[in-house]
Design a protein around this ligand. Structure first.
Ligand SMILES: O=C(O)CCC(=O)C(=O)O
Ligand SMILES: [Fe+2]
Length: 186
């Protein structure tokens, strides 16, 4: 909540709106174990994706490389630093900020001889709540909403119905294109 409060301030977003959205937030913890893989060049630990949540706090538990982020079209390794937490912007925050923050695309590669462990904690709004670009950041026609509104429940249903596929799954579902609503039929 401290991080989200600072993000709201940086965005000049109404901090009460952010607080209300996350007052009853969901926090899901996921532990990832990547066994050593002799065919490491041919497989991925996790396919390219951006996280559906608003913020992910990630601990690389041991010091095995593997996490990579996509920056300017290139995969850049995120070196594990003992005890350091990584904060990733997820798609929900890209939508809430109406595109001011961009979620980070990432993937995990595997190591031929060493196992890897990570713990990710995903922070999202209350699953029963509806969300879209923050009301305090929208001012049509000068600042139109780039994304539509949807319940977190339907947003996650769409996410879990698809394979991980770069940044497309959640953002395309919510994006308003040329005055048309995003693709929410699939
Ligand atoms: O293992 C990692 O470092 C990243 C895991 C991840 O991207 C995820 O669980 O969504
Ligand atoms: Fe992820």
């Amino acid at each position: 909540m401290i991080l989200l409060g600072k993000i709201a301030r940086a965005l000049k977003m109404d901090s009460d709106e952010m607080e209300e959205l996350f007052s009853d937030c969901s926090q899901i913890m996921k532990m990832n174990y990547y066994p050593p893989c002799p065919k490491s060049k041919q497989v991925l630990g996790i396919s390219p994706h951006s996280d559906a949540a608003a913020l992910t706090i990630l601990l690389q538990v041991n010091e095995t490389d593997g996490l990579q982020i996509r920056k300017d079209g290139k995969w850049v390794p995120v070196k594990p630093i003992p005890g350091a937490l990584i904060v990733n912007i997820g798609d929900m925050l890209e939508i809430l900020s109406n595109g001011a923050y961009s979620s980070i695309e990432h993937r995990v590669i595997v190591n031929p001889t060493i196992e890897r462990l990570s713990i990710a904690t995903f922070h999202s709004i209350n699953p029963d709540a509806e969300f879209g670009p923050a009301h305090s950041l929208i001012d049509p026609p000068h600042k139109p909403a780039l994304f539509r509104r949807e319940t977190a429940e339907k947003y996650y249903q769409n996410f879990f119905a698809h394979k991980l596929n770069g940044k497309t799954t959640n953002l395309d579902f919510m994006r308003i294109q040329n005055g048309l609503r995003g693709n929410h039929s699939s």
